[in-house]
Design a protein around this ligand. Structure first.
Ligand code: UDP
Length: 538
């Protein structure tokens, strides 16, 4: 059964003795609560107090030892969402001697990854906040192997996508509620607490309007390593030479509907001369959706969490995101950001309904489905008249919800027109060309030689060797960038050169010291590092 811990036998008496003598040991990575992940030995949890416990003894370790800064605001973020005040982790401290007066501890023998899921009912959140971060946190720490066990502490029940979480490890993940059935005091023999944020690309607008993260650190390569893993676990094989090309329309069936879906499907099929199929989360199994999307040429869908499935599209495919009336596509870009990550190699197209007569609103629904009947009359009037939702913070802006939950009759000619601006011939997976981009190393053995002509003219001859890695690479175009800076000046003269030496005579003065900076550039935009600066005296 799910609540059973491991078959691994542990010597209970020895484990208790170790806890009493050694207490809790914690060593963390990260400088701030927002980038911290901690490794613990003997971290305990009281299922009655619903608090983690750190036991002090002569051998306990707490790094970082923050004192009361541990509460300002917390030791770390338990979910991958940055600095969210409902997702903080901390523990209470006790002397190990207090164990004598506490319930008998139950030891958790599995290596544990302890974290919060952020919103397990929403597929975008499931992938972006939980599955990818958990997968790459497990890649970061080798003892988080497939036998590790996930502990979800956010307090939600399994949720509709729990099967996806189960794919990440061979052990059943445990939820906070289930811990109660294990005992009153649990002690995790070895655990990691917190999630890596390195793969997340979007911020949901808690402190500033939503948008791409400021410093995105993930590329299509890592996304695709993850989807490959998921597809193996789901038993979906990548069909390399699938014969037929097709378009997938991912439809929503409950709200934010496409009202003329049948017409849309016919039009797409006719325009691109391709079979066009519909899928929905309600009518298809997850593996079937993944199987269909992973071979599709184009994915067309209303804005919404189901579009995170573009994760599974093959390179070269096209994502078409449809936005209801008054919703500016530039203000809601989780799926655009995903599709345009470097190396995702997807084409992204947004279409917006700009015709008021093609939208169907639901002012009388409950507020969380976009209803506005609870607002005062003037505010209702203003919202209904407005032609664009102004930028706003997450998550309960009634004008946003009102517009987000409209149904749309898609204007087919205008949609085909915007798709055709990007997709000229047939859409679809290009030849799997390897688009990995490798950067040049430093240029080597840079030298300079000066010659002075009279009192006002001088020349500077600079030469260097190719970067060491170039001889192992096939590079379409190799160029060099040289900056010449007079010592003490803030400005420099930049040059782009094709050869490994050059004589500079423009603006070169005699009896002057120049700093020469040289770097290699592959294929126009792959800029290498500058070599150590070269000092040249004329
Ligand atoms: N959902 C769905 N069909 C629908 C409406 C919603 O499958 O008709 C799914 C949606 O993909 C998401 C979850 O239900 O995983 C919550 O949807 P919601 O509209 O709240 O969020 P959004 O899609 O706007 O992120």
């Amino acid at each position: 059964q799910s609540q059973e811990l491991s078959q691994v036998q542990i010597d209970y008496h020895a484990a208790l003795q170790t806890l009493l003598e050694d207490g809790t040991r914690m060593v963390c990575t990260g400088r701030m609560h927002t980038d911290r992940i901690c490794r613990f030995e003997s971290l305990c949890y009281s299922t009655e107090a619903e608090e983690f416990i750190y036991f002090h003894s002569n051998s306990s370790v707490m790094l970082p030892n923050l004192g009361s800064r541990r509460f300002q605001p917390a030791l770390l973020d338990l979910s991958s969402v940055e600095d969210h005040n409902t997702q903080y982790f901390n523990f209470v401290e006790l002397p190990a001697a207090a164990l004598k007066f506490m319930p008998k501890p139950v030891f958790v023998p599995d290596v544990a990854l302890i974290a919060n899921r952020f919103n397990p009912d929403n597929l975008m959140h499931v992938f972006h906040d939980d599955l990818l971060p958990i997968y790459y946190t497990m890649q970061q720490f080798t003892d988080l192997d497939p036998e590790a066990r996930l502990f979800f502490m956010e307090g939600w029940s399994e949720g509709v996508h729990f099967d996806l979480y189960k794919l990440l490890s061979n052990k059943q993940p445990l939820l906070r509620e289930q811990l109660k059935t294990l005992g009153r005091l649990l002690c995790f023999t070895k655990s990691y607490v917190g999630l890596s944020k390195i793969t997340t690309w979007y911020q949901y607008g808690f402190v500033q309007p939503q948008g791409p993260k400021a410093n995105i650190l993930v590329s299509g390569n890592e996304i695709r390593q993850f989807t490959k893993f998921m597809m193996q676990k789901l038993n979906v094989s990548l069909e390399e030479s699938s014969s037929e090309e097709y378009i997938v329309v991912f439809s929503r069936t409950i709200n934010r509907l496409i009202l003329n879906e049948a017409e849309l499907i016919l039009a797409l099929a006719q325009e691109f001369q391709m079979k066009t199929i519909t899928v929905s989360l309600e009518e298809h199994s997850f593996s079937d959706i993944v199987r269909l999307i992973s071979n599709a040429s184009m994915l067309v869908s209303m804005h919404g969490a189901q579009l995170v499935m573009s994760l599974f599209l093959p390179r070269g495919a096209t994502v078409v995101e449809l936005f209801p009336y008054a919703i500016n596509p530039e203000h809601y870009t989780p799926y655009k950001t995903l599709a345009t990550l470097p190396g995702m190699d997807l084409q992204y197209i947004a279409w917006q309904n700009t015709a008021r007569e093609d939208t169907v609103t639901y002012p009388d629904r409950p507020w969380d489905q976009g209803g506005i009947a609870h607002l005062d009359k003037a505010e209702q009037e203003r919202i209904i008249k407005s032609t664009e939702v102004p930028r706003h913070l997450c998550c309960r802006n009634p004008e946003w919800l009102f517009r987000a939950y409209q149904d749309t009759k898609v204007d087919i000619p205008s949609l085909i027109h915007v798709i055709r601006q990007t997709v000229k011939s047939k859409p679809g997976p290009k030849k799997q060309k390897w688009s990995g981009s490798l950067y040049p190393g430093k240029v080597r053995d840079a030298k300079c030689q000066a010659s002075v002509q009279g009192t006002s003219e001088a020349k500077l001859s600079v030469s260097w060797q190719i970067p060491w890695n170039l001889k192992y690479l096939k590079v379409r175009e190799v160029k060099y960038e040289v900056w010449i800076q007079e010592q003490g000046e803030n400005t420099y003269m930049p040059y782009i050169l094709s050869h490994q030496n050059h004589t500079f005579s423009e603006n070169i003065k005699p009896f002057t010291i120049y700093l020469v900076w040289i770097r290699c550039i592959f294929n126009k935009n792959l800029l290498g590092p500058f070599a150590d600066v070269l000092l040249c005296s004329t």
